[in-house]
Design a protein around this ligand. Structure first.
Ligand code: FES
Length: 147
């Protein structure tokens, strides 16, 4: 059901932990399953992501996608990091079962939330970054079942 890469990142997640005095911190939840993701970014004066860590109270797919997402944004600048979508993360993991696709949104949204926090702290605007949701289902119709 899961690719070898998903299993690898689930069993040996990269970049787990937290960063003290992080440049930006983002937390996003998924009210439907109750899972929560928090991402810490350490961004230098050239707007390059020097370090990234995550913590999650989440399912295996959320752990694997967050692990891969942190690997993909590390070393990138804040604009490049915005291009790391959940689709890009899933491709890097050789796919996810359809019922688990929503889990990959937690990492994407948490990275966006952390970038938003960084931008607010530094009084800058990041082109293309929208105000993050605190829950990935925010704004959806109650009965919509997209997944
Ligand atoms: Fe909640 Fe995967 S089931 S994030």
């Amino acid at each position: 059901m899961y690719s070898d890469k998903v299993m690898d990142h689930f069993q040996n997640p990269r970049n787990v932990g937290e960063i003290e005095n992080a440049s930006g911190v983002g937390t996003v939840g998924n009210a439907k399953c109750g899972d929560i993701m928090r991402i810490y970014l350490d961004i230098d004066e050239n707007q390059i992501i020097q370090d990234v860590k995550f913590k999650t109270f989440g399912c295996g797919a959320a752990i694997a996608t967050s692990s891969m997402a942190t690997e993909l944004v590390k070393g990138k600048n804040i604009h490049e990091a915005l291009q790391v979508t959940n689709k890009a993360v899933m491709e890097a993991l050789d796919g996810l079962p359809p019922v688990k696709v929503h889990c990959s949104l937690l990492a994407e949204e948490a990275i966006h939330a952390a970038l938003w926090d960084y931008a607010e702290k530094h009084g800058i605007k990041i082109e293309g970054l929208e105000k993050p949701k605190s829950d990935i289902h925010e704004g959806e119709e109650e009965e919509s079942e997209e997944y």
